[in-house]
Ligand binder design. Structure first.
Ligand code: ADP
Length: 681
């Protein structure tokens, strides 16, 4: 964060300088102070528009820093347009009337068009406009802004130098207006401010990964290269100008790619000899050749040294990173919730964590350096002692249980997980132990309870079968005797007795129906057979069987396309029959019933639905109706014995599925059931 504060200060400093520079020159134009406008009577003046541009960009940079996006982008666009329109004036040889819009140009030294800023100045403003707008966008564009600003820097530096070494071509293009010396200085400062701002913004996005920033130095390296070339060309041959390139090679230190040093050294060598070609002649040829050769040697010696130092530094950083990673690894292991130990191929323990001390009751000093064997109960036959931390058996040991030995001699059942790892080139195994004594006990109890439950269920089914089967007999006897009495003693029977016998007969009939239903329920699925079933024809048959009822009740039935599945066909048919006949039975009197039978494939199953527009079911009864003998209408309005849906539930479960209902009273119901996805192709 401290670094961010420093960056903020530097950005404010750069933009402040630009702003003050601009204001001073504007003031100079107004009050006629030529030294502010021109610096030296023979230099080109800073045009009024240029000074205005510095005020605009100085302000917009501060505004970007303060995150005042709208105002900043408006200013940046105005500044950029100022540059672009001036460039257009040069390119299309026209006058847009902007040059002297605010101030009549009364100083015209080295000016091709009075009041018009130099073309390189216009280009710099245009680029600054683009970079400033980019700074307000996302991270990628902010980085691009940083790179683009180095272009402005380059133009500024070489123009500035042109004044120092007296080469006009670097600050004046063709015979157009020249860039003023303090304009060049202003662009150096402005571009630095923008680069720092992009740097600042990238750090805000991602304070850890700042690697990308360093690559922007490449842009500056090019600036320096060109700047040095200008100096070299500006000085007479023979002066040891080639050595100037040594700082360029040094700059390679700041570029993240280590190869940059070599690339810069090559570039410096090429430019040293280019300087030889373009510089004005001075000393004799052999002096120049010796001079340049010495420069090249100096460049390469520096590059070599730098390369080695940087390599060392990178290696050091890497080893520091490794150390930090190791430290992190140690902390993770130490505070892991399971016992972890690190052993080598010979089975010697080299690291243990807190949980290991707790689980085994040893102090870590007692374990480190000792063999793994002390943690293993040896009196058990199937414990492959000794070899199992070795790399070859690591995979076999994954998730295996074994009995471990505590310091106090007690045993503990643990599950072991082994991970082979290489530490400092040595094959090791990281063993994790989980105390599973309690879990295994629970597993045992659950297994026992499941077995008991299965047995009880079977007993219950048998009981239902026997009870219903055996109940038929006494019921038949009662029924027979009632019939005998009615036939043989009909004359003696009073009307009241006839009425009572009528009730007894109805009760017997009902009871016999219930007993038969119970018998069917307990038998359901006993002889089941898995068959390839075309559900289309199965549903069609069910509908055909119910044809009379359907016609009578004017019911319409729509059936979706059904799949071919592996099912218990007989039982599935019964399931459809129950649901469809219920949908007809529980219809509303006033409206003809409409039934939709649909089906949908889900990830693990097929889901069927039977939708009606009948009387519906209260939500309170959604579960109850699937229980045996549960009916919602006891007053005889709808016939039935309340076993149909219990059968359906049993059949759905036989198919590894489930059944449920969604309904609203008076609005109809949808019964859903699923069956496991065993589709046949
Ligand atoms: P039954 O039809 O012999 O009464 P079921 O087990 O088939 O027995 O149904 C239990 C109860 O669920 C029925 O008594 C009825 O109240 C309700 N029910 C079943 N299907 C529907 C339906 N499609 N619409 C409204 N209620 C229904």
């Amino acid at each position: 964060m401290e670094k961010q504060q420093l960056l903020k200060f530097l950005i404010l400093l750069c933009s402040g300088i630009c702003l003050i520079l601009g204001l001073l020159v504007i003031l100079g134009w107004f009050i006629g102070n030529e030294s502010w406008v021109q610096v030296h009577p023979s230099f080109a003046p800073m045009q009024f528009n240029t000074a205005l541009g510095f005020c605009i960009f100085g302000t917009s940079t501060i505004l970007i820093l303060l995150d005042k996006k709208r105002a900043a982008s408006t200013l940046a666009i105005i500044g950029g347009l100022l540059g672009l329109l001036t460039l257009a004036e040069y390119v299309f040889k026209m006058n847009l009337g902007i040059d002297e819009l605010f101030m009549e140009a009364y100083i015209t030294v080295k000016t091709s068009n009075p009041g018009r800023m130099a073309p390189n100045t216009a280009l710099c403003f245009f680029l600054s406009g683009i970079t400033s707008v980019l700074l307000l966008k996302g991270i990628k564009l902010i980085q691009l802004a940083g790179v683009l600003s180095t272009l402005v820097f380059t133009l500024g530096v070489i123009a500035f130098e042109g004044y120092l070494v007296n080469i006009e071509a670097t600050y004046g293009w063709a015979n157009f207006t020249r860039m003023a010396i303090h304009t060049a200085f202003g662009f150096i400062v402005l571009s630095l401010g923008i680069t720092l701002l992009s740097w600042f913004k990238v750090r805000q996005y991602n304070s850890v990964n700042t690697k990308r920033i360093k690559t922007w130095f490449e842009g500056y390296a090019i600036s320096i290269l060109l700047a040095l070339f200008v100096i070299d060309v500006g000085l007479p041959l023979g002066v040891a100008a080639g050595t100037l390139y040594v700082p360029l090679v040094l700059f390679g230190w700041y570029i993240s790619n280590i190869r940059a040093i070599a690339i810069l050294a090559v570039a410096a060598t090429v430019f040293t000899w280019l300087g030889f070609v373009f510089s004005p002649s001075g000393s004799s040829l052999w002096v120049v050749i010796v001079n340049r050769s010495i420069s090249v040697i100096a460049i390469w010696v520096t590059a070599y040294q730098l390369f080695h130092n940087k390599r060392k530094k990178l290696a050091l950083e890497l080893s520091e990173e490794v150390l930090q990673a190791e430290e992190r690894f140690k902390r993770v292991v130490e505070f892991a919730p399971n016992s972890i130990i690190l052993v080598d191929k010979e089975g010697t323990i080299s690291m243990v964590n807190r949980e290991t001390e707790r689980l085994f009751g040893y102090d870590r000093k007692e374990l480190i350096g000792n063999k793994q064997d002390i943690l293993i109960a040896k009196d058990l036959e199937d414990q492959k002692v000794g070899e199992f931390f070795g790399s070859s058996s690591v995979d076999d040991m994954e998730g295996r249980d074994f009995i471990a030995l505590r310091k106090d001699g007690t045993k503990v059942q643990v599950e072991i997980g082994l991970n082979p790892i290489t530490i400092n080139g040595a094959q090791m195994a990281l063993a994790t132990f989980i105390d599973v004594t309690e879990r295994r006990e629970q597993d045992k109890t659950i297994r026992k309870q499941m077995a008991e439950l299965k047995l009880k269920n079977k007993e219950l089914e048998q009981l239902a079968y026997i009870a219903s089967h055996d109940l038929q007999e006494p019921l038949r006897t009662v029924s027979n005797y009632v019939q005998v009495i009615e036939e043989d003693f009909s004359r003696q029977l009073t009307p009241e007795m006839v009425k009572y016998f009528g009730s007894i007969n109805r009760a017997i009939k009902r009871m016999s129906g219930l007993v038969r239903a119970l018998l069917d329920f307990s038998r359901l699925g006993k002889d089941r057979k898995l068959e390839k079933t075309d559900c289309n024809s199965l549903v069609k048959n069910v509908v055909a069987d119910l044809d009379n009822l359907i016609k009578e009740t004017k019911t319409s039935i729509h059936v979706d396309k059904m799949p071919k599945l592996l099912t218990y066909k007989v039982e599935l048919r019964q399931l459809f029959q129950n649901l469809i006949s219920n949908a007809i039975k529980f219809r509303k009197e006033e409206a003809p019933s409409q039934i939709f039978i649909g089906c949908e494939e889900t990830e693990e199953s097929w889901r069927f639905s039977i939708k009606d527009n009948g009387i519906g079911i209260d939500q309170l009864n959604f579960v109850r109706i699937f229980h045996i003998f549960q009916r919602l209408h006891k007053n005889g309005k709808f016939e039935g014995n309340g076993i149909g849906l219990a059968n359906c539930k049993k059949i759905a479960e036989l198919h590894g599925g489930d059944i449920w209902v969604e309904s609203e009273e008076e609005k109809g119901s949808v019964f859903y059931f699923t069956i496991a996805n065993l589709s046949l192709q």
